[in-house]
Design a protein around this ligand. Structure first.
Ligand SMILES: [Zn+2]
Length: 218
């Protein structure tokens, strides 16, 4: 069993239209070591498209369409939303994840918005669409920078920030902000140290958590 799905009807919270979407009902757990940005290894990489559904009528994208959208619904007709904030890709799953990130930002769900930008970046990584993947990561960085109160004290996002910056080529900022930084978690300190080393070498590639010196993740 790799995974199983089911088709389910949802009513769009924005326009009231009914539509049928495939949902994941059972999933195989990750196998192997995650990347530094916690991208899971193994089977979950195939499930990304089930993280988002799109209303065929109004274009609303979210994890499920019954989740309310709080801003004016006209936003879903805006150029920013329809153009995926200017990120053009033939990958419809990535486009939907970008729209979900924009909708979540509108809902002030900033942490989930960052995760959706990151998921879109992962799909674009798989397409070898380096520029758009970097642009998604820059958008995630902008959310974290723009809403410090939402991320205050959350070291998971602090460490993720190092990877988002490095993978989008902002090496100077990684070194500036993370050199010598110690976290309460030794693992996080080791990851930050490794991110600084990679950034200093101008390395913007994906790396696995077990590459961190002193870490043998399983
Ligand atoms: Zn709708």
């Amino acid at each position: 069993m790799a995974f199983s799905t089911d088709d389910k009807e949802f009513i769009c919270s924005v326009c009231g239209e009914k539509s049928v979407h495939t949902v994941l009902t059972e999933a195989e757990p990750p196998s192997g070591v995650p990347d530094l940005d916690l991208r899971p290894a193994g089977a979950p990489r195939k499930y990304m498209k089930y993280q988002v559904m799109e209303c065929p009528n109004c274009g609303y994208c979210n994890s499920t369409l019954d989740i309310p959208f709080y801003p004016e619904k006209e936003y879903l007709s805006s150029d920013e939303y329809k153009s995926c904030s200017g990120i053009h890709t033939p990958n419809t799953d990535a486009s939907r994840l970008i729209k979900k990130a924009l909708a979540l930002t509108g809902n002030h769900s900033y942490k989930d918005a960052v995760k959706s930008w990151l998921s879109a970046a992962w799909l674009l990584d798989d397409d070898c669409d380096i520029n758009n993947a970097a642009e998604c990561r820059r958008s995630a960085v902008k959310i974290i920078d723009g809403h410090p109160a939402a991320f205050k004290g959350d070291n998971n996002f602090k460490v993720l920030m190092a990877d988002l910056l490095r993978r989008s080529g902002n090496f100077d900022r990684v070194v500036r902000e993370f050199e010598g930084v110690a976290f309460r978690s030794q693992l996080m300190t080791a990851i930050a140290f490794f991110e600084v080393q990679l950034a200093a070498q101008g390395d913007d590639a994906a790396h696995r958590a077990d590459e961190v010196p002193g870490v043998s993740a399983k």
